[in-house]
Design a protein around this ligand. Structure first.
Ligand code: 6PG
Length: 241
C-alpha cells in the first residue's frame, strides 16, 4: 500500500495535526484504544497538546492503553528515558489509569526487559497471534532508523519475537524495540518527521533515492493497515529531477 504523505508548514502545525489525529482515533475507538508512543524529541510537542485543554478533555482516557515502540536501556527516571518524556509531558497531566500504562521495564538488563515487555504484550493481546495496535507513532532518525530498528543491526532480521534487545554499535548500547512483524501488523502507523536533518533519509525512504538495501524506516509497510507520513516542510527532501 502506498503511504499517504502530508506535508505541514512547520513543526508546530505537524504537532497539532498529529494530536488531532490521535484524538479522532481515540474518540472513534470502542472499548479500548491501543496507542504506541514513539521516543525522541519530535513527539514532545504532541504530548504537550494532548496534556492540556481542549484536546485533553476530548480523549476517553480510561479507554486508552499506552505502549512504547522502543526504549533506551535506562531506568524510567533517566533523562534519556522515552517513558520519562511521556510521563513528564503527558501521563502526569491526564486521567489515564495506571493499569493502562504498559511501560518497558528498561531498568532491567536489556534482554530481560525485552522478554518482560513481550510477556506484557502477550498478557494483553493474547499469545496466539501478532498484536494489532490501533495506532503506532514512529519517528525516524537522520540515518533512517525507526523505533530502535537501526541500520545494520540484528533486530532488522527478527521475524518471530515481538520485542527484542537490539545492540546498536554506534551507540555502544542495547535498545529495546518492537520488531517489524508487530509494527507492520498495526491498524495504522503514523510517522512524525520534522527538521532538515531528515531530508536525506526521507529522500531514500519516500522517493527511492537509494542504491542500497532499504533503510529500516522504508521497511515499515502495514500488511493490513494505513501508513501515514506527517512531515514538516523543512524535512522534505529536495527532489532531483
Ligand atoms: C528513540 C526513538 C527513535 C526516534 C528517532 C527520531 O528512542 O530515539 O524511538 O526512533 O523516534 O530517533 O528522534 P527525534 O524525534 O528526536 O528526531
Amino acid at each position: 500500500m502506498k503511504p499517504d504523505v502530508e506535508v505541514l508548514d512547520d513543526a508546530a502545525i505537524l504537532a497539532q495535526t498529529a494530536a488531532q489525529l490521535i484524538v479522532d482515533r481515540a474518540k472513534a475507538s470502542s472499548e479500548r484504544f491501543t496507542l504506541v508512543l514513539s521516543g525522541g524529541s519530535t513527539p514532545k510537542a504532541i504530548y504537550r497538546l494532548l496534556a492540556q485543554p481542549p484536546l485533553r478533555d476530548e480523549i476517553p482516557w480510561p479507554q486508552v492503553q499506552l505502549f512504547w515502540g522502543d526504549e533506551r536501556s535506562v531506568p524510567p527516571d533517566h533523562a534519556d528515558s522515552n517513558f520519562r518524556t511521556a510521563r513528564e509531558e503527558l501521563i502526569d497531566h491526564v486521567p489515564i489509569p495506571a493499569a493502562n500504562i504498559h511501560r518497558i521495564q528498561a531498568e532491567l538488563p536489556a534482554s530481560e526487559a525485552a522478554t518482560a515487555y513481550e510477556a506484557e504484550l502477550q498478557r494483553f493481546f493474547g499469545s496466539a497471534a501478532l498484536p494489532r495496535f490501533d495506532l503506532v507513532l514512529l519517528g525516524m532518525g537522520d540515518e533512517g532508523h525507526t523505533a530502535s530498528l537501526f541500520p545494520n543491526t540484528t533486530a532488522l532480521d527478527e521475524t518471530q519475537h515481538w520485542v527484542v534487545a537490539n545492540y546498536v554499535p554506534k551507540l555502544h548500547t542495547a535498545r529495546i524495540t518492537l520488531t517489524f512483524p508487530v509494527i507492520n501488523n498495526a491498524q495504522e502507523v503514523v510517522f512524525l518527521v520534522a527538521g532538515a536533518a531528515k531530508q536525506e533519509a526521507l529522500g531514500h525512504v519516500l522517493y527511492g533515492q537509494h542504491d542500497h538495501t532499504p533503510l529500516p524506516a522504508a521497511r515499515i509497510a502495514p500488511t493490513n493497515g494505513r501508513l501515514l507520513w506527517l512531515l514538516d516542510r523543512s524535512a522534505m527532501p529536495v527532489i532531483n529531477h
